[in-house]
Design a protein around this ligand. Sequence first.
Ligand code: FE
Ligand code: ZN
Ligand code: FE
Length: 165
Amino acid sequence: MTTNTFEKLFVAELKDLYSAEQQITKALPKMIKAVTSAELKSALEAHLAETNNQIQRLDKIAENLGKSLHGKVCNGMKGVLAEGAEMLEETAEGSIRDAGVISAAQRVEHYEMAAYGAVHEYAMLLGMNQVASLLSETLEEEKSADKKLSKISKNVNSDALSVPA
Ligand code: FE
Ligand code: ZN
Ligand code: FE
């Protein structure tokens, strides 16, 4: 079936995000387990809780639109998370792995920021103010998760830099 209206495009992109968020809830616990920095662990734990809430927001949006958001696989997030899983396997435990996980996690946040930025704009244009405001809440959470990771990376990267060869 061809996506031939702006509203259908909007729903298709929301479905993509629904899948992305579901995948993230499965991947984050593995990252949390594999990292060492307490600061990083707690940031990832906090974002896992936020992610569950973001899924609930999407459920609310689905209800509001009278549409199901199930049944799509976000291949972009699948790839980004596959790289994150590779990072866990291929890095030595400690600050080196932690630095790599931050980089992988920020790739996730940037993908989400791009996608939520787009659907937020669509919702505004479609005059769906309540939906737009839910999407904006999530967009802000993704941005602040990204900023927090940047901040934590300062300490983690400097520890990683002093790991002897
Ligand atoms: Fe998210
Ligand atoms: Zn996708
Ligand atoms: Fe996120």
